[in-house]
Design a protein. Structure first.
Length: 359
């Protein structure tokens, strides 16, 4: 069990760094904190001393404790040889290759990577940003968390911009800020993928998209655009929208509803290859043949996509290029040079998971 003062420190630090208090606002009195935390005066005073030592609060004799301008120390550090990388899911099939390529680029220049994982939670993104900025990293590469929603950490990104700390977004960006980004043409690429299915005679297509990230929202828009451009009846299509925090069991139940309907889908377009793999496994367990009964497409072209049975038709996400460009981009920004945003255009990889319905 944590000592009383540590729990107080962690709670107040979290409230301060998440903007619960404004700069120069007075903290509750010692007596109020004792009552709030059901603690001793000794524990409260020890906690306040620790927060002072971390430059989060300051004392005015006879008046109490006040909130320090705690992020004022976030400045460009030309001596730093550490670059911070914050991504949503380190262990997924996308990031290991990106990380490897970034490291390949920055290592010869004497830089190392400090890597953090958010699991697509903005609060975790905030904590990681604060830790890295406190360490005065030379620059930051960030994959935004829940990028389809308004940025919950705008105050920190505003401070980064004001302090001119080098920052580069990858895979998505917060449109509120003018940082350069390396992204994909998600909408156009998904539209191309659905065009392919429509031209193969598939009209009843089920699209499954993760919609708390911009990538998923843009891919869903591409799905709809393909129907519109082909003068196809959107009423024949169906969409499942899910959050990155939803379990596959939730998605699976929704898929069952469509599979058991009077007009089941002849094709399923998945947000990414990871989801396509789960959907493929589900269908096989239900003795639904791929592609004879249902065609499947993904997005990303992860390493094993070509070796699945059947091999997966997908869009090729250029992980190696993204990692290399991210490494070169952040080094350019650290050197005070301009780096222009890059948009990749994934290419269609035709394999065996789609069958033609045209006669």
């Amino acid at each position: 069990m944590k000592r009383d003062y540590i729990a107080i420190v962690e709670t107040l630090k979290n409230e301060i760094t998440f903007g619960h208090y404004q700069v120069n606002q007075q903290l509750p009195t010692e007596s109020e904190l004792i009552n709030r935390f059901h603690s001793t005066r000794y524990a409260v005073r020890k906690a306040l001393t620790e927060l002072q030592n971390e430059h989060l609060i300051y004392k005015i004799q006879g008046s109490g404790m006040f909130i320090q301008d705690w992020n004022k120390k976030w400045q460009v550090n030309p001596k730093s040889k550490t670059i911070g990388l914050i991504c949503t899911h380190i262990a997924d099939y996308i990031f290991p290759k990106i990380i490897s390529q970034i490291d390949t680029v920055i290592d010869p220049k004497g830089y190392s990577l400090l890597i953090a994982n958010t699991h697509n939670y903005p609060k975790t993104e905030r904590s990681n940003l604060i830790k890295m900025l406190d360490l005065q990293v030379a620059g930051l590469i960030v994959e935004p968390s829940e990028s389809a929603k308004p940025c919950q950490n705008a105050d920190i990104y505003q401070r980064i911009a004001k302090s001119k700390i080098p920052l580069l977004f990858i895979n998505a960006e917060y449109p509120e800020f003018n940082f350069p980004a390396i992204t994909n043409s998600d909408r156009e690429s998904e539209e191309e993928l659905i065009n392919y299915l429509l031209h193969k005679g598939h009209k009843n297509i089920l699209g499954i998209f993760q919609t708390d990230d911009l990538q998923g929202v843009e891919r869903m828009k591409g799905f709809i655009q393909a129907y519109q451009n082909n003068d196809a009846n959107l009423a024949n299509s169906n969409l499942i929208m899910y959050s990155s925090h939803d379990s596959f069991s939730i998605i699976s139940k929704k898929i069952d509803d469509y599979l058991n309907s009077s007009q089941p889908p002849t094709a399923i377009a998945c947000y990414n290859d990871e989801l396509a793999l789960l959907v493929t496994d589900k269908l096989k367990k239900k003795n639904i043949r791929i592609p004879q009964d249902v065609s499947i497409v993904g997005f990303d072209n992860f390493d094993s996509a070509a070796y699945l049975n059947p091999s997966l038709t997908t869009m090729n996400y250029q992980r190696t290029s993204v990692g290399e460009e991210a490494g070169k981009g952040i080094l350019a920004l650290i050197d005070g040079k301009k780096f222009t945003s890059v948009v990749h255009h994934p290419q269609l990889k035709l394999r065996d998971s789609v069958i033609s319905l045209n006669k």
